[in-house]
Structures are given as structure tokens and as C-alpha cells.
Design a protein around this ligand. Structure first.
Ligand code: F6P
Length: 500
């Protein structure tokens, strides 16, 4: 869907979303013509009705350096692009966001880099997003800030616009204090987040980790899902805080789980399309009609446990418990953050392993792993989900993992087995998956064998129960629940002066 670009509005909006990436990408064709193309994310689908109802605007980066654009309209969404220079992409996006925060928040699976220039740039870029949000917000607007790239925006925005109600949702895990405390700027990030009225996390554990960090670093009290933030912050010093508390001069911030989901209905609708079902049959045939197709779909990221999955699969082939004639693993690895060193190394490792397994156990007719290093259109993804007898989600740490939910949403035939890491947020909800610890390679192997051999009746019972959860708790319910809590916090505020 491409954007119709008009610019006829007042410039002020009652509902504003702020995220690193816009819901549209700037696409330049080989002949030089350029347009904005809607990216098919669940977030934009969920927010579309609110956007329309409330004259919403979306602030974000267009995905390429130095894209200077005036705000425009794209399929009823007001899009406000924020330009980032090549240096800012390097320091704020690739550096601080994806080589400091990302590995730190994912249990230091890869070592985080702490670089002071990157931090300075993160502050600078967060300020630019906060300025843009302050500019775009009508009096008393609701602003919803998304994800770890934007953690300072709530405080910076509150300083500029104490009248607005601010929500923040963290799409990735929030780490335990023992890990979080490594961050040289740990207090500034907590202060940044506490500028929000409501802070959403994927899991109960993430909200608890955050609250512990607040208590340790700021000395504020937490009660249930509420954090008490003194209006005049004189920390450190619980004693001073005690006096403030007696005067009752604090605001409460809600910090609680809101597990995100997908637009389940739209996945099911695609899966019911005859052309897509035919494509699923074609995929099986093209793979040589194996008795079992296993599927992995991930961004090529070290948090996804792709190497662990391949190790388990390779050992099963080596032991003769699976054979290339019987089983094919389709691994879709979406290219991601390709200029970050850890991602370059991961690609080399994974591709070496895939090559070895295919070389060692393949035959002329059968290749054990069909490896796809590119994204696919949503229709093709749905066909793959329908073709897959077993879906492998082996993340070492994952905020939610929407792929697991997409697989379940597509399986209206109540068939297919989901093998799911307990370290993915989705495992809190999809309890009838075969839950695994991806570090336990023997456990993963057992789960794969069990999945391949699972009787139809058990597959149906498990899938039926998971489908109920995913269909009832879809992404609209997620955004409705978050926004309901957020709107109930309007006028909970303080003034920018008091927060400074
Ligand atoms: O969910 C985590 C996240 O970083 C999102 O913020 C982002 O849209 C997605 O993964 C893809 O990452 P990137 O924007 O770095 O390509």
C-alpha cells in the first residue's frame, strides 16, 4: 500500500505515537522513483482505528540517512518523519540501541559495548523525538512512546509538555538488576522511563525487574504495579523521600505487564484463502514431499537461538533418529542490523553450520535445511506456516516472539506442533506448546522427536487451546487495554519544573 501524500492538517494531534521506525518505509525503485510503502507490522494495524478516531500522528525515522520530509498523510495516518544523519544511525541506532541496550536487555548473550559517544548521541536523538512529539501534541494529548530506542523520551517530553499523558511500552525484555546495573547510564534511563504515566512490559518478570531497579537506584517505593515518584526528586535519600511521602506530594506511575499480540484474524483469513493453501501444498511438493516439515522464522539475531536449533537438528541427523528423506527444516533468516559486528559474525556462524549439515547429511534428492536469507511477503509466510508440521521457536531470550502467535493463528485446521522456548514471552500464554530450554540440547532433541511423532488427537487438543488464547487476546485487545489504563491516568501529572 503506498501513501497518498497530502498535508492539510492543523499540525496538532490528540493522539501521538513515537517509535524509532515509522510504519512506512521509503522505497526507491531502480528507475529512481520513490514512495512510502506501508510496513505490515501488527502495531500499526492495532493502532489504525485509534489513529482515525483521534486524529493521530506517528513520529519516527524513515529508515535511511538524512531523509528530510515534511509531515504527510499515508492511508489516514499522519506521518511525521524525523531525520537521522549517517553518524546518528551509527551511534544512536547501531551503537547504543543495538550494541549496548539490545545485548544488555537480552541477558548479555552477546557482550554489550559501553561507549560514551554513543550515549551522548542517544540523548541527542531522544531529545529530537521528544521535541517533535511536543510540537505535534494538542493540549492534553495522549502520547504513546514505543520501545528501548526511546527510553528518555517520556521524561524529556514531560519537561516540555506537562499537560500531555505519556505511555511507554517496552517490546523487549527488561533485565534483572544484576545485569541492568552494568549500564553506566542506568539511573538516567530509569528517570527517563519514569517520565511516563504508564510503562508497559511484556511479562510479569520484566515489570518486576524494572520495579527492583527503581527501588535500588532511586529509593522510590513500589506497591503492586505502582511506583511512587516524588514530585521534587531529592534522591538519594530515603529519609528525604519519607518526608515527601508524608506531605503526599508524589505522582504514581503504573508499571505492569501488557503482553503484546498479533492481528490474529487477518492471519487466519489469509490462511483460509484457497490460493495460499495451494501454495502450501506446492511448498511441500517442492521440498520433495518429506513426511515432516519443520520451520524456523527469525530475524537473523543472536537472541533467537538459531545455532542451538541447528545443533539439535544436526545431532538427530547424525544419530540417524531423523533422516533428510523424512524431514526438512526450512529456516527463514531475515537479514537484520547487518552493520553491527555481532550480527556479521552470527551470519557467518549460521551459514557455516547450515553448509556443514547439508554437506554431511544431504542427498542429491534431499537437502536437510532449506535456508532462506531474506524476508518473504506475508502471503508466503502464511503458506509456510500452513506447510509446517512443526514450528521451532528456540529463542535464548525474547520479549514476546510474535512468530509463535502467527503460526498458531494460521492453523485453523487445528494441526501443527509448536516447540517454544520458555525464554520467549509467548510461553507465558502458549502453555500447551512443547516448552523447551534451548540451552538443553538433549531436551530440544527430545521435543523435536516428540513433535514429529505426536498423534493427531494430541496435536489438535494442544493447538485448539493455544488458538483460543491467541484469538481472544489479539493486538487490538492489547492496545485497547493499554490505552484504557493510560487514559485513566490523564491529569495524574506534575509540571515539567517539578521534574527537573
Ligand atoms: O521488537 C524489537 C525491535 O527492535 C523493534 O523495535 C523493531 O521494530 C524490530 O525489533 C526490528 O528491529 P530494527 O528496527 O532494528 O530493524
Amino acid at each position: 500500500m503506498s501513501g497518498t501524500e497530502t498535508s492539510t492538517d492543523s499540525g496538532k494531534h490528540d493522539f501521538v505515537v513515537v517509535s524509532n521506525r515509522l510504519p512506512v518505509d521509503r522505497v526507491v525503485e531502480p528507475d529512481g522513483t520513490a514512495s512510502w510503502t506501508r510496513s505490515p507490522g501488527g502495531l500499526v494495524t492495532a493502532l489504525e482505528p485509534v489513529m482515525r478516531q483521534k486524529d493521530g500522528a506517528w513520529i519516527g525515522w524513515g529508515g535511511q540517512p538524512d531523509l528530510e520530509f515534511d509531515p504527510f498523510e499515508s492511508d489516514d495516518i499522519r506521518v511525521i518523519p524525523v531525520a537521522l544523519s549517517a553518524r546518528e544511525i551509527e551511534n544512536y541506532y547501531e551503537g547504543f540501541s543495538n550494541d549496548t541496550l539490545w545485548p544488555l536487555y537480552h541477558d548479555v548473550i552477546a557482550p554489550p559495548t559501553y561507549n560514551r559517544e554513543w550515549w551522548d548521541c542517544y540523548v541527542e536523538v531522544n531529545q529530537r523525538f521528544a521535541d517533535a512529539a511536543a510540537e505535534a501534541s494538542a493540549p492534553g494529548a495522549v502520547v504513546w512512546v514505543q520501545d528501548y530506542q526511546m527510553q528518555l523520551v517520556p521524561k524529556l517530553l514531560r519537561l516540555l509538555r506537562p499537560d500531555v499523558t505519556i505511555g511507554f511500552f517496552n517490546h523487549i525484555p527488561f533485565p534483572p538488576y544484576g545485569i541492568y546495573s552494568q549500564l553506566p547510564w542506568r539511573t538516567q534511563i530509569i528517570e527517563g522511563l519514569l517520565g511516563a504515566d504508564v510503562i508497559g512490559f511484556q511479562r510479569v518478570a520484566d515489570a518486576s525487574n524494572f520495579q527492583r531497579a527503581v527501588r535500588r537506584l532511586k529509593g522510590y517505593s513500589t506497591k503492586g504495579y505502582q511506583v511512587e515518584v516524588p514530585l521534587v526528586d531529592q534522591s538519594p535519600g530515603v529519609r528525604v523521600f519519607g518526608e515527601i511521602k508524608r506531605q503526599g506530594t508524589f505522582r504514581t506511575v503504573v508499571a505492569r505487564p501488557f503482553p503484546i499480540s498479533i492481528d490474529a484474524q487477518s492471519f487466519e483469513e489469509l490462511a483460509r484463502t484457497p490460493a495460499i493453501q495451494e501454495r502450501a501444498r506446492q511448498i511441500r511438493e517442492d521440498l520433495g514431499n518429506p513426511s515432516s516439515i519443520m520451520l524456523g522464522v527469525d530475524r537473523l539475531d543472536y537472541t533467537k537461538g538459531i545455532g542451538h536449533r541447528l545443533k539439535a537438528f544436526g545431532e538427530l541427523l547424525a544419530e540417524g533418529k531423523l533422516s533428510a528423506e523424512d524431514v526438512t527444516l526450512v529456516q527463514v533468516a531475515n537479514p537484520s542490523r547487518e552493520r553491527v559486528q555481532a550480527y556479521m559474525e552470527l551470519r557467518n556462524e549460521i551459514e557455516l553450520t547450515v553448509g556443514r549439515i547439508n554437506g554431511d547429511y544431504g542427498t542429491i534428492a534431499h537437502v536437510p535445511i532449506s535456508y532462506q536469507h531474506h524476508g518473504f511477503p506475508r502471503e508466503e509466510m502464511v503458506a509456510l506456516y500452513l506447510a509446517a508440521d512443526v514450528m521451532l521457536v528456540t529463542a535464548l531470550r525474547d520479549g514476546m516472539n510474535l512468530v509463535a502467535k502467527e503460526y498458531v493463528a494460521c492453523r485453523f485446521d487445528e494441526d501443527g506442533v509448536l516447540v517454544l522456548s520458555e525464554f520467549a514471552g509467548a510461553s507465558d500464554e502458549l502453555k500447551r506448546a512443547l516448552l523447551i530450554n534451548p540451552h538443553d540440547i538433549d531436551g530440544v532433541k527430545d521435543a523435536i522427536l516428540r513433535a514429529v511423532a505426536m498423534p493427531k488427537r494430541e496435536r489438535t487438543a494442544r493447538m485448539r487451546s493455544m488458538r483460543k488464547r491467541v484469538i481472544e487476546h489479539d493486538v487490538s485487545r492489547w492496545s485497547d487495554e493499554f490505552l484504557k489504563v493510560l487514559e485513566s491516568r490523564a491529569h495524574n501529572g506534575t509540571s515539567g519544573h517539578e521534574l527537573a
